[in-house]
Each structure stands twice: as structure tokens, then as C-alpha cells.
Design a protein around this ligand. Structure first.
Ligand code: IMP
Length: 426
């Protein structure tokens, strides 16, 4: 085994939760390096359902050390809610197994308020469809250098000063521009002080913890959130999240050197989905789209929104292979395609009359492209009990091979159902 980075190769919701859970068993340390509680993982262990937004699902495996890296934005209230929910189910959430980097930025109540006020004020076609969790405004403050970091919870005087400075600006926006009520520093501190007491035992130098782990030859999993095409730089801007979701950020967001990143696994759904705003070339607004939605239970774990569904887009995944240096794919939800007579794969785009192999760079161009499809025959068999490639119908094998050929990377893991056991390696 070796260190591995797990990232989503599409627009998030590729089924990372299950793969992360599965591969956590082989890792000693699991670290999140970006995003916040905009992510959502549903994991079912022994019939018990756990929905986690912030704490790595590795916590459900006894003895694993779960870390929240500096690249994450952490909502202290959500962190404490997850602690309580896990503890009530008998999961060990003691600081020995769960640590937060002192450099992690915190999501404050005014970040949530601004996120929602801004999104509410946008024209319908300009709405990003944010999760409203304050992710963008928290990253904004980090970059503007007025952010609150986890280490500030150990110095309440500094914390109060920072909150006051930030609120002077936020309240001007909230009241002057968005017609919202101002937020009082006292109220923020009242919420934060008990949370600070609970969080401080979890604060650690995550970078050094990881360095030591690597020196000792332990296996580290870098757990990504969202997906490649929601990346702040390389995604479908402005319909993106506020962090770098691609594998390269695993190093910066966890505090390790890039040579520690070895295997890079891209999770891809056997079709494409997207939640929130933004262009989606292979979207299906027809019975096939609805088949994918219902068979695939395409409803978000965080916001409960129904996801838009469409054909597999090899152009997007080819770009993800390039941006992340993917060493292998994990192909999920193959079973959802069962029962469709014909399957289409988008192999290229037509953009202003020219066929292109990678997404165009200009901001609005993806909304203009036309997918170039290739058709493959579907299969009707139930594949949810397949344990290896030979258990799959020949058409399912051909579908996988064609995807591999088009994107240039092999699928090392295939998932054919929601349960941990419904996954096989090749
Ligand atoms: P934000 O991350 O809440 O700012 O939302 C920005 C965009 O990213 C919106 O379109 C969200 O729906 C999308 N998004 C954020 N997190 C996830 C995720 O975990 N899965 C899929 N989409 C996400």
C-alpha cells in the first residue's frame, strides 16, 4: 500500500463516500484537505446510516486517525453536532483519533448569513446554487487575511478582535446591500465560547502529524470533497465551489510535500450528475434522465436537492485525468445503467463548428458546446451481485473498456450497488 488521494472526477457526488469508506480500511490516517460541510457522505455500516459532512468517514473504522487539514473551512457548530451524533452511536471521537489543524479557517455565523443573502439577491440565471453553508465567504476572509483560524479559539481576546473587525465590514454589506439584520459581536462570541471549549482539545499540528506518519511508513489517505469540475480555478467558473478540489491541493491543504502523494484515484460515476447551477452538456431532460435520477437515488446528502442527470461525458473525465494525474479510476453506480437499451457516451464536443477533445476555456463556452455521442448497446441483467469482470454482461464490460480507452486510465475499482460489499477490484 501507499499514500493515496481520492478525488471526484466530475461535478461531485460521484459516490466518493463509499470508496473512501472502503479504502479507509487500508489506511492509517485519513485527512481532508479542502471544502467544508458543503460535502456530504452517507455511509451504511451494519445497517446503521451515518451522514457526515465534515469529519472523515474513516472515523467509523476503529483505530484510524482522522485529520482536518488547513485547507478545509470548518464550521465549529457543525463539527460539534457531528461529534455528538457519532458519540451517541458509540463511535470513539476522542482527540487521539480526530485532530484539526490550528491553521484551519473557521466558518462564522456571518459567513453563513452572507452566503445566503448573496445567493438570494442573484438573478435566477446567475444563481450558483451554493449550499448556503458559508463556504465561499469563509474562504474570502482567508484570502483577504481577516479570517478566523482554529488556533484563535485558544486566544479569546484575539478571537473577539477578529470577529469585530470582520463584522464591521460584513454588517455594512448585510444591512446596506442585502437588507438583512446586522450581527452583533456579542452574539457571535456567545455562540463561539462554548464551542471553543469543546474544540480546543482537538487542535493539532496536522502537518507534523502527517510528516511523522509518513516517516513511520504509515498509509495516508487524502480525502477530497466535491469534484474536479467544481474546482475554483479549473472548474466551470463561476459555477464552482471556493477551493481547489484537484489532487494537487492535497499537498497544500494538508501541509505535506507533493512527493507524499502517490496513487491518485479519480472517482467517476458511470453517468454524469450535477447539482446547483452551471452548464451541463450531456444533461438529459427526458425519461432516461429520470431513470438515472430514480435508479441512482440522485438526491444530495447535504441539501436534499435533486441532481440533474445525463450521459457519461468522456471529455470532462479526460480533463480530470489530465488535471489530477489520475493513476486509476473507481467507476461507481454501474448498476444504475441496467435496463437501458442504448447507452451514449460523449466522446468530444462540437464548439462553433469545430470538434474539440477538452472543455473550452472561455467562461460561457461550455454552455454552447454540443456533445458528440457514440452509442453502445445496454444490458438488462441485474449486475448488483457481480464480484468480478466476468460476472458482468459483455455489454457492461464493453462500456467500461470504452470509457477506459477514451480517458486513458484503467478502472481499478467497480461499484455495482450502495453496499460496501458491492464493489470489486480488478
Ligand atoms: P458552495 O460550495 O456551497 O459554495 O457551492 C458552490 C457550488 O458547488 C454549488 O453548485 C453547489 O451545489 C456545489 N457543491 C458544493 N459542494 C458540493 C458537493 O459536495 N457535491 C456536489 N456539488 C457541490
Amino acid at each position: 500500500m501507499s499514500n493515496m488521494v481520492i478525488i471526484g472526477a466530475q461535478w461531485g457526488d460521484e459516490g466518493k463516500g463509499k470508496i473512501v469508506d472502503l479504502l479507509s480500511a487500508q489506511s492509517d490516517y485519513i485527512v481532508r484537505f479542502q471544502g467544508g460541510n458543503n460535502a456530504g457522505h452517507t455511509v451504511i455500516v451494519n445497517g446503521e446510516e451515518y451522514i457526515l459532512h465534515l469529519i472523515p468517514s474513516g472515523i467509523l473504522h476503529k483505530g484510524k486517525v482522522c485529520l482536518i487539514g488547513n485547507g478545509v473551512v470548518l464550521d465549529p457548530a457543525v463539527f460539534c453536532q457531528e461529534l455528538d451524533a457519532l458519540a451517541s452511536k458509540g463511535v470513539d471521537v476522542s482527540p487521539a483519533f480526530l485532530k484539526i489543524s490550528r491553521k484551519t479557517h473557521l466558518i462564522m455565523p456571518y459567513h453563513r448569513a452572507l452566503d445566503q443573502a448573496r445567493e438570494g439577491a442573484r438573478m435566477e440565471e446567475e444563481k450558483i446554487g451554493t449550499t448556503g453553508r458559508g463556504i465561499g465567504p469563509a474562504y474570502e476572509d482567508k484570502i483577504t487575511r481577516i479570517g478566523v483560524r482554529a488556533s484563535d479559539l485558544e486566544d479569546l481576546e484575539l478571537l473577539r478582535r477578529k470577529v469585530e473587525i470582520a463584522l464591521a465590514e460584513k454588517n455594512a454589506l448585510l444591512t446596506g446591500l442585502y437588507n438583512c439584520a446586522p450581527i452583533c459581536p456579542d452574539a457571535v462570541m456567545e455562540e463561539l465560547i462554548p464551542l471553543a471549549r469543546r474544540l480546543t482539545p482537538y487542535l493539532a499540528d496536522v502537518s507534523s502529524v502527517l510528516q511523522q506518519a509518513c516517516l513511520e511508513g504509515k498509509n495516508v489517505m487524502f480525502e477530497g470533497a466535491q469534484g474536479t469540475h467544481l474546482d475554483i480555478d479549473h472548474g466551470t467558473y463561476p459555477f464552482v465551489t471556493s477551493s481547489n478540489t484537484i489532487a494537487g491541493n492535497a499537498a497544500a491543504g494538508a501541509g505535506v510535500g507533493p512527493r507524499e502523494l502517490e496513487k491518485i484515484i479519480g472517482i467517476v460515476k458511470a453517468y454524469t450528475t450535477r447539482v446547483g447551477g452551471g452548464p451541463f452538456p450531456t444533461q438529459l431532460d427526458c425519461a432516461i434522465g429520470r431513470h438515472l435520477q430514480t435508479q441512482g437515488a440522485e438526491i444530495g446528502a447535504t441539501t436534499k436537492r435533486v441532481r440533474r442527470c445525463g450521459w457519461f461525458d468522456a471529455v470532462l473525465v479526460r480533463e480530470a485525468v489530465r488535471l489530477n494525474s489520475l493513476t486509476e479510476l473507481a467507476l461507481t453506480k454501474l448498476d444504475v445503467l441496467s435496463g437501458l437499451e442504448e447507452l451514449k457516451i460523449c466522446v468530444a464536443y462540437k464548439y462553433r463548428g469545430v470538434e474539440i477533445q477538452y472543455p473550452p476555456q472561455a467562461e460561457a463556452a461550455l454552455a454552447e458546446v454540443e456533445p458528440v455521442y457514440e452509442s453502445l448497446p445496454g444490458w438488462s441483467e441485474d449486475i448488483t451481485r457481480a464480484k468480478n469482470m466476468t460476472d458482468l454482461p459483455v455489454n457492461a464490460r464493453a462500456y467500461i473498456s470504452r470509457i477506459e480507452e477514451l480517458v486513458g486510465v484503467k478502472a481499478g475499482l467497480i461499484s455495482v450497488g450502495p453496499d460496501r460489499s458491492q464493489t470489486f477490484t480488478r
